[in-house]
Design a protein around this ligand. Sequence first.
Ligand SMILES: [Zn+2]
Length: 1019
Amino acid sequence: MHDDITLTTGRAHRVLTERIWPAVHGTSVPLDVEWHVLPGEPVPPAEGLALAMEPYEVGTPWGPAWGTTWFRLTGAVPAEWAGRPVEAVVDLGFDVNMPGFQCEALVYRPDGSTVKSINPRNQYVPVADAATGGERVELLLEAASNPVLLDYHPFLVTQEGDSTTASPRPLYTTRRMDLAIFEAEVHDLALDIEVLLELQAELPTGPRRMQILQALDDALDVLDLQRIPQTAAAARAALADVLASPAEQSAHEISAVGHAHIDSAWLWPVRETIRKVARTTSSMADLIDRTDDFVYGMSSAQQYAWVKEHRPEVWTRIKDAVAKGRFLPLGGMWVESDTVMPSGEALARQFSQGQRFFEREFGLRTHGVWLPDSFGYSPALPQLVRRAGFDWFFTQKISWNQVNVFPHHTFWWEGIDGSRVLTHFPPMDTYNSQLSGEEVAKASRQFREARHATGSIAPVGWGDGGGGTTREMTGKARRLADLEGSAKVRWEHPDAFFERARGELIASGHGDSAVWVGELYLELHRATLTSQHRTKQGNRRNEQLLVEAEAWAATASARTGAVYPYKELDALWQQVLLMQFHDILPGTSIAWVHREAVAQHASVTAGAQAIIERSLRTLVGEGDTVLRANPAAFAQAGVPALGVAPAAGATAAPSTLTELPDGGYVLANDLVRVTLDAAGHVTSAVDLASGRDAVAPGREANVLQLHQDFPNKWDAWDVDRFYRNSVTDLREAEKVTATVDDGVAVVTVRRQFSSSSLEQVITLAPGSRTLEVAMETDWHEAEKFLKVAFPLDVRAEHVAAETQFGFHKRVTHTNTSWEAAKFETSMHRWVLAEEPGFGVGLVNDSVYGYDVTREVSDDGVAPSPGVPAVTTTVRLSLLRAPRFPDPETDQGVQTHRYGLVVGADTAAATEAGATFGARPRELRGGAGVTPLVGVTGGVTLSAVKLADDRSGDLVVRVYEALGRRASGSVTVAAPVAGARTVSLIEDDVEAGAVDVAADGAVTVELSPFEVRTLRFALA
Ligand SMILES: [Zn+2]
């Protein structure tokens, strides 16, 4: 027989797209349309519905970037349509390939209730399931003309990403605003053909594929292309047998969950996300009402809170659907945050604020962490996920790796402390599944744990900018439930999937072969550790200030009865948590978003400072004694952690400054001696006790290096490996001055380079082994990457970098492709290169990225000439200048503080990192304050606060920071009625009771990197 496969598939494709889909809404009449163009920002729906309207003609261009246009659509259902389902069909000028990235609209009835939303893949509005004929129709559309910023030629520089720079020209032209009969049988035929056409494309040439192809030909033979609605049923009958053939016993099982990834801000501002969420959820509520088994999952308490506040008419529908178990709150976080950069406390608050919201509004907790789309996952996360009470973790982003294919899809992920959490990556490699035949087959083909497990998850629906699941997707799911040749698809809560997967992994007896230990490093988007410096700086600053504000407010409450500012602190934390969203903190949003993030961070700073000042004032009372309040977890300047004490005189001898004949300087104190050359570079930094020099012989440290940085795509996200191939060392100093100020040796260096300039104030304080650099850069570069390099005379096999509640080690070599891919990695407050007995740390106040290279000199140097000398070069990532999506990224004045810690181990680096950004504050008052909480024996303080439930209980979070066992105590210096261990989010846990000694002390044994949360009832 002749091979007619391409003839049949070509025929089916053409008839489907050109004839059958258009016939779904075949018979139509135009609606009368009026409009009102709103200048500037949107207005609440009640105002929008009341706006005066003017006549509008379909085909008239509308919608400047970021504008809102209200349309009123009116008409009457033709009498002859009685008994038929009728829909309004609206095409605002859509590009069907980009739902969520362009114009969209929410549809209201005149009474203000919502129907659903309109987007490129969802252009209908139900009017009547069975029309009576002649009924009046009135619909109002709140249409947003958001500009397309990422399209067929992505990553081009654009000014449309901010309302202040966008052009006023209309972006869209409406094509259709009609009433139409919905031909359900034609819609079903279209889905039948689409499912079969996509399925056969994935099948080998064999009986099943051939039978499907013949059925398609048979169906198309009986379909009259001039009378499609009248002949659709006959065509469907020809397909019935191949659609009824059941799936194989061993078919892969797909747990589908309706979804719309909605970035809380990205190529749109936060205010637009509020409306995006309302649009998507109203459509999902409508789809839930029209189906029996479809379930829709949505993460991010913040997004629910927005709907509740701004679109109460949609909120009621969400609440109803949640109560019915069809709308599934997922993830338990405030937002889908970045997890690499937030502090441990901030991640704890992502969970506690998220779960508290779900508990308060829906009376439920979520059981897993849902993070399909952030840029790598911290190795501290498994412990935090487990200790917050979650059972599972979900992502898929690691499928974006540039080099290495991740070896698992369902596995145990083990963190730095040994905690394991059951983790799943959908083998479909997407969080925006359309349930296409290709995706379904890919899930089945790629699933790595098929030996021991039966299924995978598919998040189904348009996403990034929202949109969600369509009736076409639910129609496909129905056909794929049990279909020969395909994986089986069913709608299911992810909890049910994870419970089954856990059982299968354990029952297989091979669960231990599916374990991944350590960070989930994303081999892409590495520059998100550096882009949009001010946003990152605000995050680091406010994480510290809020923890400080809580500690002083809790102390003031326990000691003086001062009112604890629960509400204020919640509101401030929620702002910081929102700014940790995975396109805000990583610096990958439009200019508008980052302009607002910087302003929000400034407002959080002011709010936190006010709480701190108020609390300290209450605590120290009236008086004129000069006091120092120490906000850090370690004693500083003679003041204990979280204590206030009279400022003592200097105990260490003043630092000295000596000018050298060649124009350089020597800065020295009792601990270290640092030599700068005439250009202000560090040529030597000697630890006086050991005599070891931190700087490699003949090398210079604190050298600024400027790289060309133009990645192949994803400008704000990516730095590509080749960036290292071109580099300019900024060696020229315009001016170098030196002085000793109040016992501190100070050298100031000014440099001009390219179109920019910078000033570094390099200081060595008495009694400190940290050479500090305060830097101000007037940055006017495009597509450049600024690093500062420290070639260290340390043979380090690993470099340790701080993460949440501890650190992780990364090897310094590039033996395998996995290590080679990690050419830019993450840190929090410190990074340490160490060999036994001597290490050098780098601390910082707002840096998150660094890289390490090793060089071996065969010549060798003293003390062993002829023996290879290893130099470990650590470089901090300071500034970038990508031009998409924000063409002005990081331009203007930027500040950094960092320090070289000469002679450090992990304990010293931890302490130096913790104190570097939490220096004592000076104030005047009556008396000092003994700390409310003290710790001993290798126990490190993380938070001291009052309990979220507003009971007045004191919550103290501690951790083991050094990766070893700790045996110590936590003492509360206030009358204590009892204590217990609670979860990371302050829930009771099994066997949580702990004994409290008469002096308020609790004995604490911690395993390596363990986080422990204690709750004290105060007497
Ligand atoms: Zn995202």
